[in-house]
Design a protein. Structure first.
Length: 371
């Protein structure tokens, strides 16, 4: 079986979670690094990761790495790579990238050199002088860090956090990949009841339901590499079918509350698109009225931070309210993500466990209470 090197960029703080997920998918030589996970495998591995990964931002083919301190070295290094393995005569292959702490610091110039080198390589292979670039899109990305050049070919297209169920979000949405990571860290997918009293458009609840039922996040969406001649369509059909066969029926329920009744209609619409509407209910409710009812449950919460929707004082008052209503109770656990450095003081008690996560570029802590 032909094997390739791949790169899966991810949010900072969830590299280990993503690495474990890729291993479960059968990926080989899995190597978590800062903000990404490298791995290897065949074409099926790449397709499976696109369809099934809950935590990766995208899946890229690692075409090559080399050192370049001049434009000539960059040109020759790029030209030596086997671009024809994936880029056909008609495919579009735009170039983007960045450079940091390197001799080659002009990104536009590097873009032009990379494009020219790929064109020269393909001209020699295909024996043609002009490329129409009218078919599938093969996005080339370069990174240059301390003169170390990495060339990548994107297979995902639209970022993998775009599951397809959230066309419209609430005012302060959490990224789907981060929500899925919170579900993993808190083991909410194993809970019988998951609650979010500040649910907004319902992303945490939907990701928990999808994980509980084993619904692959990308099973119904499209990817750039689906349109490449180099990857047989049968591979995509096979992996989608396997993903559907892994879905399961489990006892799972989720409840969401929000003070804005209008936003709850988004939860219903999004849950229906994600095929989990039957296990999610919502109620217009103020968080001050929340009570942990029943034998057990997991509360997940992404409250407004102050930097976005509420002013800081209002956000701090909300944290105080949460500390009063999220009371210790056997069988119940609470997880709140926040960037506020004094969250535990405002909440009223120290977390039993904390984990550093990033919501975009905003450094946060996931505060977990289970005692």
């Amino acid at each position: 079986m032909e094997k390739f090197e791949y790169c899966a960029p991810c949010l900072f703080g969830i590299e280990g979670i993503l690495g474990d997920e890729l291993r479960r998918m059968g990926a080989e030589d899995v190597r978590p690094e800062n903000g990404r996970v490298l791995f290897s495998g065949g074409l099926n591995t790449m397709v499976r990761a696109n369809i099934g990964s809950r935590y990766a931002e995208r899946i890229q083919i690692l075409m090559g790495r080399f050192t370049a301190m001049s434009f000539e070295e960059l040109f020759q290094g790029v030209k030596a790579l086997p671009w024809e393995r994936f880029i056909s005569r008609q495919d579009a292959f735009p170039v983007k990238g960045w450079s940091l702490n390197s001799q080659l610091h002009s990104v536009p110039d590097c873009q032009a050199i990379v494009k020219k080198a790929v064109v020269e390589r393909l001209k020699n292979v295909y024996g043609i002088q002009w490329f129409d670039e009218c078919d599938g899109k093969c996005q080339i990305q370069f990174t240059i860090m301390k003169d170390e050049v990495t060339l990548l070919l994107d297979t995902s297209g639209v970022g993998l956090h775009k599951r397809g169920y959230r066309a419209v979000a609430g005012g302060a949405p959490i990224k789907e990949t981060l929500a899925a990571a919170i579900v993993d860290v808190t083991r909410a997918r194993r809970a019988r009841l998951v609650c979010d009293p500040c649910c907004g458009s319902g992303t945490l609840l939907i990701e928990a339901a999808m994980a509980a039922r084993g619904i692959a996040p990308g099973v119904r969406r499209t990817f750039s590499a689906m349109y490449w001649d180099s990857i047989p369509s049968e591979v995509w059909k096979e992996e989608r079918q396997l993903a559907r066969e892994r879905q399961r029926e489990v006892e799972f329920a989720a409840w969401g509350g929000d003070i804005d009744p209008a936003v709850l209609s988004l939860v219903a619409d999004n849950a229906a698109k994600a095929n989990v509407a039957d296990c999610i209910t919502t109620t217009p409710a103020d968080i001050k009225d929340f009570r942990p009812e029943g034998e057990s449950g997991t509360v997940l919460c992404n409250p407004p931070y102050g930097e976005r929707l509420l002013d800081v004082k209002a956000a701090e008052e909300l944290y105080k309210v949460m500390g009063k209503v999220f009371v210790p109770k056997p069988g119940w656990s609470y997880a709140i993500i926040s960037p506020h450095e004094q969250f535990e003081t405002l909440f009223g008690r120290p977390a039993d466990k904390r984990r550093k996560l990033y919501n975009g570029m905003l450094k946060c802590q996931l505060y977990m209470y289970y005692k």
